[in-house]
Write a protein of this length. Structure first.
Length: 401
């Protein structure tokens, strides 16, 4: 959607750009704009704990500070709170463009406008029809819906789902996801059916689940509106993501043992990878703020100087890092690849969750940002015990010990 504004809206390039909301999506938008040579003036945020924080030299400032430059400003919003953010800016007296760039989490749009109610009612009816079809197709299963295309969330869901299903009195489950990659993560675990549903239909069906409160259905995700009070606890205490899933999403005791995936396959070209002398680099993640190319160049250069054969894990149109070999194992082959190589270094993404049980050295790199609107950094929420967890700050210097 942002591309259309860049092509057609003069205001984007002529105005001073502000982004409202310091979150992962906003930082990804900042990356995109910087790549287009559009440098945001600042990121607006209501959380005083974040004020003064710099992301690629873009400061986080109080929302009211935009009024110091109101005549020349435009605000971009990529969070679910567009309606309330828009209202806050207008109440301040801001009269410039306020542009909603994504229809994020569409079944929880926070608006009571007649247009929104009419649109949601129509989609609710479509969702109920879809839900009824699924209930007939899977008559004996607990129906589990995963709203987002996020491998890590799917992995954590599957780790604790059997214990949750058993508590609910179900012997089997059917999991519904929006992508083939997420389905591959589900298939790592035994005794679970999985079906891929297009995101638009999945959104409508989940909306139906929310409104009908069907006891044979469950939405397995840690965010609002599925677990309303859970997010509030994060303002007081740091709760790691895995604990959020175990205790918050599924309501299980903290000492519940996660299920270990057991349906791995061997990568067909495994013998071509020098055993114990290779490194698999994973620099790409769709839902995580990117690290700079300079960081990856430094890592690759250091590894090559130490005698490693270096591979870049790529998918689709992604390119291998300079000086590395592209490799594209399937998700269920990834464990065999990193164990053969001996070393994995990746941005903290869902792939790290997928290989958390792999027997090799694993290093996760974390962009330096806060989790949502809390005071906790990403590493506080996402650190994995089986990894070396490293925050990449502005002055970060890499060296493999």
């Amino acid at each position: 959607m942002i591309n259309s504004y860049l092509d057609n809206e003069v205001t984007i390039r002529e105005k001073d750009i502000y982004i409202f909301g310091h979150c992962e999506a906003s930082l990804c938008l900042a990356d995109f704009l910087v790549d287009k040579n559009i440098i945001p003036k600042a990121i607006l945020d209501n959380n005083a704990q974040k004020h003064g924080f710099l992301y690629k030299n873009i400061p986080v400032i109080p929302v009211e500070d935009i009024m110091k430059n109101a005549d020349d400003a435009a605000v971009l919003i990529v969070t679910r709170f567009y309606e309330s953010m828009n209202r806050q800016l207008r109440d301040l007296g801001f009269k410039g463009p306020i542009i909603k760039l994504v229809d994020y989490n569409t079944y929880s749009e926070y608006s009571l406008s007649p247009e929104t109610i009419e649109r949601k009612t129509k989609r609710l009816n479509q969702g109920i029809e879809s839900l009824n079809i699924l209930k007939k197709e899977y008559e004996n299963e607990l129906l589990v819906f995963c709203p987002f295309n996020a491998l890590g969330d799917i992995y954590l869901c599957m780790s604790y789902l059997p214990a949750f299903a058993s508590k609910r009195g179900f012997d089997s489950t059917a999991v519904f996801v929006s992508s083939k990659a997420c389905a591959k993560v589900v298939e790592l675990f035994s005794n679970t059916k999985v079906k891929v549903i297009q995101q638009k239909e999945l959104d409508a069906t989940i909306q139906a689940v929310i409104y009908t409160e069907d006891e044979r259905c469950y939405i397995a995700h840690q965010d609002r509106p599925y677990v309303i009070n859970l997010h509030k606890a994060l303002y007081i205490k740091c709760i790691p993501l895995e604990t959020i899933y175990c205790c918050g999403v599924f309501g299980l005791p903290k000492d519940t043992k996660p299920i270990i995936p057991d349906k791995w396959e061997k990568y067909p070209l495994l013998d071509n990878i020098p055993k114990g002398e290779s490194a698999i680099i994973s620099p790409y993640a769709k839902s995580v703020t990117a690290l700079s190319n300079d960081v990856w160049k430094e890592i690759v250069s250091d590894l090559i100087s130490k005698g490693y054969t270096v591979y870049t894990n790529v998918a689709g149109d992604e390119n291998a890092l300079e000086g590395t070999i592209p490799i594209s194992p399937a998700i269920n082959e990834m464990k065999s690849v990193v164990e053969q190589a001996g070393l994995f270094i990746g941005i903290r993404s869902g792939l790290c969750d997928v290989i958390r049980t792999a027997d090799c050295r694993k290093i996760a790199l974390y962009p330096d940002y806060y989790y949502s609107d809390t005071k906790w950094k990403a590493i506080d929420m996402y650190a994995i015990d089986t990894f070396e967890n490293i925050v990449v700050e502005e002055d970060y210097k890499w060296e493999l010990n």
